[in-house]
Design a binder for this molecule. Sequence first.
Ligand SMILES: [Zn+2]
Length: 69
Amino acid sequence: MILVEMTDGRCRSCGGQLQIVGADDVSLDVECLNEKCADGYTVETDSFADGGIHYWRLIMAELENGAEE
Ligand SMILES: [Zn+2]
């Protein structure tokens, strides 16, 4: 899982911190860390303030590593 900096993007429901739990070529699966909210949804890879590169690369690398374990 990759934590999203609060300055880059927040939960659309509560404004809480998000973590990225999955990804494919065009989208990111995110979950809210606020237990009372716990919203989960899919966003486009360029939804955060990183140009669609930073977080997408991180989660894709993590997913690839996880598949080998
Ligand atoms: Zn939330």
